[in-house]
Design a protein around this ligand. Structure first.
Ligand SMILES: Nc1nc2c(ncn2[C@@H]2O[C@H](COP(=O)(O)OP(=O)(O)OP(=O)(O)O)[C@@H](O)[C@H]2O)c(=O)[nH]1
Ligand SMILES: [Mg+2]
Length: 305
């Protein structure tokens, strides 16, 4: 199993050296994708034995996406270059993949983090976004925004990533489950960052929340449509109640009656669209998963014969 460690960096000279050194020491290939750092990040990474490429665009998301195109290993490990994650814990992420119980393993930071690793705002933001994710997606994950994960080739090559910034973590999580792959979390250590943060908590937090809602269309369009449909239905029933109530009092609302019909009919139709698209998406995910299984069996039987 060939493993490549991908590290997106932007001005991380204080921490990048140690991370690259440790992974190279363990025998892994290291690929640093840099966002045009103005400090010594690239120089240090190269000296410690990493392959360094400057990303063609902007943002962590764009960098990760580009790295996935340039790398073609059986497994990639993605880790931030700020010294918050421990290279020596990489086996924890790789072990479920080796045992073939998961296709994507995410390091959960929220169980065991060093004091000061999260600001109060970041911790709260993470908890809210994860809760939002569990409610809307119905998948039991507790740290969807972690920066330490391992993925099989099938998974990272299947991504159709669109976001260029810090929404990328949410996008990778959703794409994995939408494509029918098995994702699991393992607890990892999370330390206080060296160097300066690139995250703007409020702005990026809102972007991540909007991304999670819009991606729902892809994973479970049903839930996306139920929300809008129920809203129309609610107002339709409300105006209907007023119309009928007044009709008994000998007041007739012609316009309101038309509006009621429109709201109720379109609300119900949108909900129905939701039901249909849910069925379609679910079947598609199952189909994709089965094709993957077949492909794997085929490859294995070819290898054995
Ligand atoms: N290539 C590239 N890397 C980036 C860019 N922005 C951030 N990064 C890297 O992505 C990783 C995560 O960024 P951080 O600033 O640590 O964001 P965070 O982990 O969400 O926030 P903190 O809790 O402050 O650490 C770090 O290794 C950054 O250097 C970018 O535009 N391009
Ligand atoms: Mg960080």
């Amino acid at each position: 199993m060939k493993v490549t460690v991908i590290i997106p960096t932007l001005n991380e000279e204080e921490s990048i050296g140690e991370i690259v050194e440790k992974f190279v020491g363990m025998g892994y290939e290291v690929f640093v994708i840099d966002g045009n750092s103005t400090d010594r990040t690239r120089e240090i990474a190269e000296r410690k034995g990493a392959k360094v490429v400057i990303q063609s665009g902007k943002g962590k998301g764009q960098a990760v996406k580009e790295a996935f195109q340039l790398v073609d290993s059986d497994v990639v490990v993605l880790i931030d270059g700020d010294g918050t994650y421990l290279p020596e814990e990489v086996e924890k992420l790789l072990e479920p993949i080796r045992r073939d119980v998961a296709d994507h393993v995410a390091g959960n930071r929220l169980e065991n983090f060093e004091k000061g690793a999260f600001t109060r705002l970041n911790l709260l933001g993470n908890k809210i976004l994860n809760l939002f994710f569990r409610l809307f997606y119905g998948v039991e994950l507790y740290d969807i925004l972690t920066g330490y994960r391992a993925m099989k080739r099938e998974v990272y090559k299947s991504f159709e990533l669109e976001k260029t910034g810090f929404e990328i973590e949410a996008e990778m999580t959703v794409e994995t489950i939408a494509n029918g792959f098995r994702i699991m979390e393992v607890p990892i250590t999370y330390k206080k960052r060296k160097g300066r943060t690139k995250l703007r908590p409020i702005k990026d937090g809102i972007r991540i929340a909007l991304t999670l809602y819009s991606l729902l269309k892809k994973y479970s369009p049903g839930r996306y449509f139920y929300f809008i449909g129920s809203l129309l239905l609610f107002f339709g029933l409300l105006s209907g109640a007023i119309t009928v109530y007044d009709w008994f009092r000998n007041i007739t609302h012609y316009l309101l009656a038309v509006l009621t019909a429109l709201l109720i009919i379109s609300g119900l139709q949108i909900i129905l669209i939701g039901v249909i698209s849910d069925v379609l998406v679910r079947n598609y995910a199952t189909l994709k998963r089965e094709i993957e299984d077949l492909r794997r069996e085929f490859r294995e039987s070819k290898r054995n014969s």
